[in-house]
Design a protein around this ligand. Sequence first.
Ligand code: FVH
Length: 293
Amino acid sequence: MTQNAVEKTSVTLLGLGAMGHALARAWLAAGHPLTVWNRTPDRAAELAREGARVAGSAAEAVAANSLVVVCLLDDASVDEVLGGADLTGRDLVNLTTSTPAQARARAEWARERGARYLDGGIMAVPPMIGVPESGGYVFYSGSQELFEQHRQTLDVPARSVHVGEDAGHAALHDVALLSAMYGMFAGAAHAFALIRKEDIDPASLAPLLADWLVAMASSVHQTADQLRGGDYTKGVVSGLAMQVAGTPTFLSTAEEQGVSPELLSPYFELMRRRLAEGGGEEGLTGVVDLLVR
Ligand code: FVH
C-alpha cells in the first residue's frame, strides 16, 4: 500500500440475484474485500473467480465483517437468511425492497439483536450499478451518523442519498417514485394502444412521447409548491374545469380507436369529483387530497 492509500472497508453481501451480483462486482472492482453468500451456492462461483470470498453459511458470512449488506427478494427472505446469524456489533444495511412498515420493524428487529441498521431503496436496475454516469442512486434512511460512517463504501455501487432518520423513509421514497413511474408507464401504454391499429410506426411516436413526458414532468414542482402553501390555484395555467371539459374527447377517441379507457377513467373520475367539490380554478393538485384516506 502507498502512503496515501486508504484501506477499503470489508463488506459482507448476502443475496446474489441480479442486483446482488451487480453490487458485488462494483465493490470488487473498487478493491473492497468482499465475502458473499447465496442460498443457491452455484450463483457465487463466478464472483469467487473474480476475488470474492464465499462463505459456507449466512451466519459465517455475517461473522466475517462488521458491515453486512443484504439484497434479497423480499422481507420474508431477510428473516429466513438472517434468522440464524449473530448480528451483535454488526452494521446491517438492507437493500431489499420493503414497505415502510417492514423497514421500521426490521430496524427494531436489528436493534434487539445488537446491530445498527440502515434501510435502502435502490433507484437503479442492475446494469446501472457501478456506472455513475447512468444516474442511478440509492435512498438510505436510519441513523445519519451510521450513514456518514459508511457513506464512502455505500457510494461505490451507486450514489447514496440519505432521506432521514426514520428507517421507513427510504422505502417510502422508493415506492413513491416507482408508483409515479407506473403511472407514467400506464399513460404510455394507453398512448401506444391508441395508434396500435393505425398506420403509425410506434418508433415514430416514441421520441415525441418521451419529449412530452419530460416536458410535463417539471409540473411536479408546482404541485409540491401548492401542497406546501395550501393554495391549489397558485400559478395554474390549465384549470381543472377546462381539463374536465376535455375528458369526453379522450374517452371518445379511445372508443373510436377500440381502446379500453380502463387506465384513464379512474383518474378522470377523481378530476370530476374535485371539480364537483368546487376546484374548478385549481389544476390537478386537489386529486392528491382525494387519494389520502
Ligand atoms: N433487479 C431489479 O431491477 C430491481 C431494481 C431495484 C431494486 N430491486 C430489488 O432488489 C432486491 C433483489 O433483487 P434481484 O434483482 O437481485 O432479485 P433476484 O434476481 O430475483 O434475486 C433474489 C435473491 O434473493 C434470494 N432469495 C429469494 N428468496 C430467498 C429465501 N427464501 N431465502 C434465501 N434467499 C432467498 C435469491 O436466492 P437464490 O434464489 O439465488 O437462491 C437471490 O439471491 C429485491 O428486493 C428487488 O425488489 C431489484
